[in-house]
Design a protein around this ligand. Sequence first.
Ligand code: NAD
Length: 496
Amino acid sequence: MNAKEMISRLRNSYDSGKTRPLDYRIEQLKKLKKMYLENQEVIVQALSADLHKCRHESIVMEFMFLVNDLDNILVNIKEWDKPETPEKPFVNILDKLYVFNDPYGVVLVIGAWNYPFQLLLMPVAGAIAAGNCVVMKPSEVASNSAKVISELIPKYLDNDCYQVYTGGIPETTSLLKEKFDYIFYTGSSGVGKIIQEAAAKHLTPTTLELGGKSPVYLDDSVNMKTAVKRILWGKLANAGQTCVAPDYLLCTKNVEKKFLEISREILKQWYGDETNKSLDFGRIINDAHFQRIQKLLKSGSVAIGGNILPSERYIEPTILVDVKPTDPVMMEEIFGPVLPIITIGNLHDAITFINKREKPLAMYIFSKRKDDVNLLIKNTSCGGICVNDTIMHLTVDTLPFGGVGNSGMGHYHGKYTFDTFSHKKSCLYKNLGVIGEKLGESRYPPFNERKTKFLMTLLKRRAPMSFGFLRYVLAFGLGAASIFMYYNSQGMIRKG
Ligand code: NAD
């Protein structure tokens, strides 16, 4: 089936209303969960083949992430799906207000290779929950994972509504020529621009989950051993191929000395004397990325690590010092197990350094000095912040996850995913009673000063009210007063 035929099949299903009933959506989400639970080992194997990802990371950062997210959706979907009833302005006191969660229609979700299951299927779950038909495009770069996804999805989900489309750049390009009702893309900022341009041709709304250089600020007020562990863990998970991995470290020369001392100790504890023999450390996805990262090792000087094994696409956990802001390692997202340290004089230098660059996806602050933490939070812009840890903010599904500027637009996770794939359709349900009509009569021609003044009084914004039945009493009083004012101004009610 080509892209056109596939989309047409999905559009027919969407137009038939098949994905609208809540029970249908719940059933499909349960099937997706069943797919995960019955294929945990298949998923672990595919990730190992693609990225040498260890079992622990595959289960915790891909499998459990997806299962927990589905459980959260299944518990909350009825509540999320209900129309919202926003607060009423004074002028709408007799009316009803609703915000309906409308599915967009046929949506496209494009995943990246570094977490090939999680990054594709988490947004897909939200799109299904919201009632959309979905085309899933796994990354061709993680080919084993893409194959598993394309084999499993048709066995578990309704093929009339959910389809996997595999392939590389030519296939994605042909897919992007078609009209979708929403596009959710995860990948590099460069390709993000191509996606946005293609979407613009059809005025299709997009979420772009992109990357960037996420800085870490570290001062001497924290427990250095804990900080080093948390920074290295974030940097080395998936061999540094994580969109929110700490990209570079900003600290003073003194802090750098302590950081290096403790890092040597920690790395030995974690991976032994030969990291390449450890089963817990991953490999670079392909030769092109391996060559790219290898070149970055030439920036500054190597303080720790620096060894490579091209045949395995292995790059040793590496810390670079004496790095200049203009060095190649500081000019692009590293996306590998290499941590450059930029030494600074103080916190203000860190703020200036961060603000001179593109807005990052994440920022990490390790400090016990609350004023300094607040200063950094308030004076920089980034997708999200984690204080005194790395990566962990994205595990909290009540926090929106997404970038800003060059690191992306839009956000997801938890209810935010459901909202991303739901058009917020507003509805004002007007009261047709006599009082309501009388109150609004001043909007009709012929206009005069009295009508303008009356409307100005009526429409004036007031503090929100929440007083139950009293609103009816008040509305009645207001209605009576307005009728009185109206007739009085017409000279129809005279004293005596
Ligand atoms: P990738 O090469 O897998 O590309 C992502 C998707 O874009 C793939 O499905 C691919 O087929 C498609 N694609 C690639 N080139 C294309 C083109 N020219 N036209 C149309 N489609 C194209 O992944 P990548 O871009 O190497 O991913 C790494 C980047 O993604 C990093 O910058 C990383 O920070 C970012 N990322 C962001 C997040 C996030 O959640 N914000 C998560 C993971 C990765």
